[in-house]
Design a protein around this ligand. Sequence first.
Ligand code: G3H
Length: 544
Amino acid sequence: MQQQNTSNRSLPPIFKDESSIPAEYQVTEIHQREYLLNGELVPWNGPVTNIYSPVCVPTPTGLKKKLLGSIPNTTPKESLEALEAAVAAYNNGLGEWPTMSVEGRIQCMQKFVYLMIQQRSLVIKLLMWEIGKTLADATKEFDRTVEYINDTIDALKEHDRESSRFQQAEGTIAQVRRAPLGVVLSMGPFNYPLNEIFTTLIPALIMGNTILFKLPKHGVLAHYPLLNAFKEAFPKGTVNTLYGRGSEIISPIMESGKVNVLAFIGSSKVANGLKKLHPKVNRLRAILSLDAKNAAIVTKNANLDVAVNECILGALSFNGQRCTALKLIFVQKEVAAAFTEKLSAAVGALKPGLPWENGVRITPLPEDNKPAYLKDCIDDAIAKGAKVMNENGGLQEASFVFPAVVYPVNDKMKLYHEEQFGPIVPVVPFESIEEPINYQVNASHGMQVSIFSEEPTEVAKLIDSFVNLVSRVNINCQAQRGPDIFPFTGRKDSAEGTLSVFDALRSFSIRSLVAAKITESNKNLLNTIVRDHESNFLSTNYIF
Ligand code: G3H
């Protein structure tokens, strides 16, 4: 198998002088000095944290990450104020927002989407600068989020229509609806700083809960243009923002016991630590999306061109920084050489550059320690017998790392076990199909798998083995979350609860019913309440 000659490896220059950046993508520093608390944009005069871009600019002393602005570095005092605002707005379920009619909540959400769309171009630009997402992917993230909100509104309408009738059984008449749970703490990751947070925050909100919204570490300024939309669209205290170090500002909130739902996307270690802080675990519902190291399995019966294309999309979209990314590729020995050669050539041809450049596929990484960590993973694999197979694989320039196809990987290497969350494609040769199955059996996670084969009996056996080990089996395609109407969940340490447009509405609510014995006087009573629109809950209104 051909390994690239390492002597003449070099990358084209990734980082360029600022003056060469097209005017429409240049950015002015944003120094945020306010945060959303109890319906107000409260001024902040305390300490701040600087926000730097993964995009570096040349300076007389070398490449430096570009300063994008700064954000409030709020303390536990402000966190607890935000908690109290959310608790007061919920008011034990008696607040304006939790008692508002579904129609009323939908109108508020429609106003929010309208105001959000006004900020589209600025948010997309900030996503590119803050996390290095390509123009195409940043645009997709924004538009997909708007679509998610609109779909959520439609799903709630549909659900409400189904609930807008009475049911009778065993002499009892009842109306069953879904009611909110209370205060939701929503925390999301940097890789989809807008979309992933909104896939919990929006359904939680529209179901009548009040929100504490912890901004992600990277991608925080991208939310600043949207704060006013939250302020304008929802009653005071319904959405409150938290800035600062999670370890300092989140612990007192969880320890208070006043959080009813933890919606968290990140590592299982952090999620478990947060849950344990809650004094009454039975009162805490957790909706979690956590660790994953999804495998691809390429058998000797695969169409190798399809497998290569999909594995590249799966492993290297947004530089491999997706929870759903393919992070380990098993390939059957008979086709290992051919597959790895095609894969290496295709990876070598991916265009590196800055997020707004035409056709760019690989961009700088936002996490400071990531290039060193990726180098460590590659060095560990090389020391244990693997090689970097593609041209320029693993080459680094400041925050930029060119993807590396590493082969042959085995279970002694870090790359076999650790979630690299970055641009490395580890390839494991296998003889028996039991080997990748055993990988999944022994793994601590269980999100998705991608199977590449065109042989029906083989695919069927793999489907039946994997459906009980992971939560989505992809056939001849990459792993992914979407379409968002499909359930997104995982087994073991990969997830708790299920998200999809519809499932999320269920996850952030509980069924509540009004029931009465069928007597003449009860029938009259309920009919009068419904006819005179006396209750927001007990209602047969049909939402169009
Ligand atoms: O990072 C995890 C995301 O939910 C993945 O979403 O598969 O649509 O990229 P995606």
